[in-house]
Design a protein around this ligand. Structure first.
Ligand SMILES: Nc1nc2c(ncn2[C@@H]2O[C@H](COP(=O)(O)OP(=O)(O)OP(=O)(O)O)[C@@H](O)[C@H]2O)c(=O)[nH]1
Length: 223
């Protein structure tokens, strides 16, 4: 485990800021958590977004929780995303629950080649409703979309589950980068919209935005 809620520093050496200091290099900050079963690709997803790289080779399960920061610019506003990578293993659940409370957004991943990771999404959503803020932004992501030959979950099933819970959905690949940046940009746009919402401002619909922007793997229509 590498930190507690509000701890000063973690393994990657960055300090989890709570509020902007004298001259912040961003306009808004949001805390995002990556959730999902062990092995679905949360750490790779974060590293692809942060560094544009893919960690292949031996799988090393996350222990406890870790985080990285990245600033993205949406509609001229710099949004600092503080992204927490959680351990998917059951034995770390009580540690990660403590972090849900002040998260503004949750990216919930399953692995399209692993049926149980998809079946467990309902349990994850139950947990989220128990521990997270009521208005937390949730996005469902079917990761490893590059491995079409081992696909176990149809894209349509992901879409259907997401519709049932009223959350945006897309398939992603931490390996090729497909839709990785889009997931975070959509979250940043939603946070920006929420922070600056004014009575006469046209509303931002994250589900419509994701639907209009997402890339679909060419592999899955035959399933
Ligand atoms: N082909 C492919 N492999 C992936 C992808 N994302 C992750 N992997 C592989 O899946 C394995 C698990 O990835 P991790 O990112 O460590 O999984 P995790 O969800 O962080 O796992 P925990 O830390 O135990 O919760 C690794 O061997 C990765 O190389 C992807 O999009 N495509």
């Amino acid at each position: 485990m590498t930190g507690t809620p509000g701890a000063a520093a973690t393994r990657n050496g960055e300090a989890p800021e709570r509020s902007p200091s004298c001259s912040p290099s961003y306009d808004l900050m949001g805390k995002v958590m990556l959730l999902g079963d062990s092995g679905v690709g949360k750490t790779c997803f974060l590293i692809q977004f942060k560094d544009g790289a893919f960690l292949s080779g031996t799988f090393i399960a996350t222990v406890g929780i870790d985080f990285r920061n990245k600033v993205v610019t949406v509609d001229g506003m710099r949004v600092k995303l503080q992204i927490w990578d959680t351990a998917g293993q059951e034995r770390f659940r009580s540690v990660t629950h403590a972090y849900y409370r002040d998260a503004q957004a949750l990216l919930l991943l399953y692995d399209i080649t692993n049926k149980s990771s998809f079946d467990n999404i309902r349990a994850w959503l139950t947990e989220i409703h128990e521990y997270a803020q009521r208005d937390v932004v949730i996005m469902l992501l079917g990761n490893k979309a590059d491995v079409s030959s081992e696909r176990m979950i149809r894209s349509e099933d992901g879409e259907m589950l997401a519709r049932e819970y009223g959350v945006p959905f897309m398939e992603t690949s931490a390996k090729t980068g497909m839709n990785v940046e889009l997931a975070f940009l959509a979250i940043a746009k939603e946070l920006k919209y929420r922070a600056g919402r004014q009575a006469n401002e046209p509303s931002f619909q994250i589900r419509d935005y994701v639907e209009s922007q997402k890339k679909r793997p060419s592999c899955c229509s035959f399933l």
